[in-house]
Design a protein around this ligand. Structure first.
Ligand SMILES: Cc1cc2nc3c(=O)[nH]c(=O)nc-3n(C[C@H](O)[C@H](O)[C@H](O)COP(=O)(O)O)c2cc1C
Ligand code: SF4
Length: 401
């Protein structure tokens, strides 16, 4: 039996200690109510993962307002009526033995009126090629309002009991849009110099600091957005130095924005994200989480051995089989349902794109969690047979080779 000593031992993130170094990466399900309220499906999905030897669960894309959503049914937090279900979600994760983190986001110019019914806004005019809607430029008053919404969302997450609160500064969402010269062409105090492009985030954290210990905060940062005027692991040093000054708990490293989605997946498959994490570790003492394309406990363990990260995150492999870690620990690897996207680039990503088509979350593997889709037209028929699933995987592997 392999011991996976590094992955299965605790890690200290300052204010919180994880029982192991395995994280469920932030995932958004598009299964909230239209007003952003969390549903039982969302609670069941995350608590089901929490049952399976994962040290930290990060709930993805809790948006600060309806206008901040990227899909019709994303979670919204910050208003009083959001609190009850948010606290229930947090408790259900913690009751299963994982620590709980909520990721706070605003899609900004990557929003889509077609699905949200809301305006699309950003620091400057910008069009996501695949969406084709030009963003409206935010006024200073509107920016201040969004800073206040972030503040309320973060304080509510803290009150709801989350151990950590992750600020999304990557994937081309609003904070990324302010930080990057590719999307921020403003000539006022929110654009131009590095310090000005940081102002939006700084104002949020300064507000939060008066109410919450900022060592409860963490960030998802970009190691590369693949744009000449954009951000990469060298250019974000100013961001990391800034966040370090508030004693952030950890950083996780990702890549890409909507416009560069193709490069994103190719680089993920090559393991480039882990290299970005390794580079980031050179200029911060804050723990760095490697993620993106990790398919097994063994692969996560090797990342730790090679010091490419201090702990690691897994998303799709845990969606495809929530028991992947448990089965590996129990030496039942042959029973694992593997995710198709990790076998061949472009072969699936169905879970990811359903929400962009205004459909409920679903994964096609027989081993995945099944939402209650009673009365829903897009319920997926699953083939429950493991041998059949392995045949599909094996065929895809041949195509890839
Ligand atoms: C269905 C789905 C939803 C996702 N939602 C989010 C999200 O809300 N926030 C985020 O930062 N990343 C999100 N991601 C990206 C994952 O957190 C992760 O970075 C990515 O899937 C790569 O890791 P993996 O190969 O282990 O899945 C999502 C991915 C998927 C598949
Ligand atoms: S839907 Fe496809 S890409 Fe998503 S987790 Fe399942 S197998 Fe992987």
């Amino acid at each position: 039996m392999k011991h996976y000593k590094l992955s299965l031992s605790p890690i200290d993130l300052g204010i919180v200690k994880l029982k192991n170094k395995i994280v469920f990466s932030p995932i958004s399900l598009n299964m909230a109510k239209k007003n952003g309220e969390i549903t039982d499906n969302i609670i069941n999905f995350f608590s089901n993962i929490a049952k399976n030897n994962v040290g930290l669960i990060i709930v993805g894309n809790a948006c600060v307002s309806n206008i901040g959503k990227g899909a019709a049914n994303e979670i919204v937090v910050g208003k009083d009526f959001h609190f009850k279900k948010l606290a229930e979600l947090c408790k259900s994760i913690k009751n299963e033995g994982s620590k709980a983190c909520l990721q706070i986001a605003h899609m900004g110019a990557q929003g889509n009126t077609k699905y949200t019914g809301e305006r699309v806004v950003g620091p400057s005019k910008y069009i996501v090629p695949d969406i084709g809607i030009e963003s409206e430029v935010l006024t200073i008053d509107e920016i201040k309002e969004i800073e206040e919404e972030y503040f309320k969302a973060i304080v509510q997450a803290d009150n709801a009991g989350f151990d950590l609160i992750e600020i999304m500064t990557a994937h081309g969402y609003l904070i990324h849009q302010f930080l990057s010269e590719h999307t921020n062409k403003r000539e006022d105090e929110y654009g131009g110099s590095q310090i000005n492009r940081l102002r939006f985030l700084k104002n949020i954290i300064e507000k939060v600091k008066k109410h919450i210990d900022t060592s409860k905060l963490s960030a998802k940062v970009t190691g590369n957005d693949f744009l000449p005027k954009g951000l990469n692991f060298k250019k974000i040093k100013f961001l990391i130095d800034f966040l370090d000054s508030y004693k952030f708990a950890y950083y996780q490293v990702t890549a890409g924005i909507y416009e560069t989605a193709k490069q994103k997946y190719i680089h993920m498959k090559k393991g480039s994200y882990w290299d970005y994490a390794k580079e980031l570790k050179k200029f911060t003492k804050t723990p760095v989480m490697a993620q993106g394309g990790i398919i097994s406990l063994n692969e996560g363990e090797n990342i730790l051995k090679e010091k490419k990260g201090d702990f690691w995150g897994m998303g799709q492999a845990l969606i495809a089989d929530p028991q992947i870690i448990t089965k590996t620990i129990n030496e039942k690897e042959s029973e694992i349902y593997n995710c198709l996207a990790h076998i061949k680039v472009g072969s699936c990503h169905r879970c990811r794109y359903l929400k962009q088509k205004d459909k409920d979350f679903a994964c096609i593997t027989p081993g995945s969690w099944s939402p209650d889709l009673t009365n829903k037209v897009n319920a997926i028929k699953r083939n429950k047979n493991l041998a059949d699933w392995k045949k599909i995987i094996s065929n895809l592997k041949q195509v890839e080779n």
